[in-house]
Design a protein around this ligand. Structure first.
Ligand code: IMP
Length: 178
């Protein structure tokens, strides 16, 4: 069923049950990959808030959860080169295993910026888990991107945390622009 958000129309792309299934699998992979560590999960607000909340329910190793807030779209449907930093990560990540949780990697500029910034704080390791990836839009490969929920076409999506003009984050599934 098509929905309208502000001036745009969207149609279903990834269902709630598919997201839940994939999230569980990624959680199990993370448990297996960090058996002797107490990793710090770093959620990138706003878009990752639902994904990290659901993912963390499947994590059964000891872990910490922290947030940072970056923005690159500012309400439109295309990525801006200039990244706006709204909330810094305040946890000390020196010698820690850091797992960045993203909603979507598009050009990869936001993630590159964050990874390079956090590397300066000398963590033991950094890996990235993104619910969505648009491979065709990625401008530079990101070695740290180890966990991806779904690869999608180069299309604009909303729902499950992702917004269009700050709307649509509350949708339980993911929709693409018609
Ligand atoms: P990048 O810097 O181009 O990789 O963009 C990453 C950020 O842009 C994400 O964290 C989202 O906040 C936003 N973004 C990228 N693609 C979409 C989309 O299709 N819908 C909504 N937000 C998006």
């Amino acid at each position: 069923m098509k929905i309208k958000i502000a001036d745009l129309e969207f149609e279903p792309l990834i269902s709630e049950s598919l997201i839940a299934e994939r999230t569980k699998t990624i959680g199990q992979q993370l448990n297996a990959d960090y058996p002797n560590s107490v990793p710090v999960f770093v959620g990138v607000l706003n878009g990752s808030f639902l994904f990290i909340a659901d993912l963390i329910k499947h994590i059964d190793i000891p872990c910490e959860i922290a947030f940072t807030k970056l923005a690159s779209y500012y309400g439109g449907t295309t990525s801006k080169l200039k990244i706006r930093e709204d909330i810094d990560l305040i946890v000390d990540i020196k010698d820690r295993d850091v797992i960045i949780i993203e909603d979507i990697v598009d050009t990869g500029n936001t993630l590159n910026y964050l990874v390079e910034k956090l590397k300066l704080r000398k963590p033991n390791s950094i890996s990235v888990c993104s619910l969505l990836l648009k491979p065709a839009a990625l401008q530079n490969p990101i070695d740290e991107l180890k966990y991806v929920g779904f690869e999608i076409e180069n299309e604009f999506v909303v729902g499950y945390g992702l917004d269009y003009q700050e709307l649509g984050r509350n949708l339980n599934s993911i929709y693409k622009k018609v």
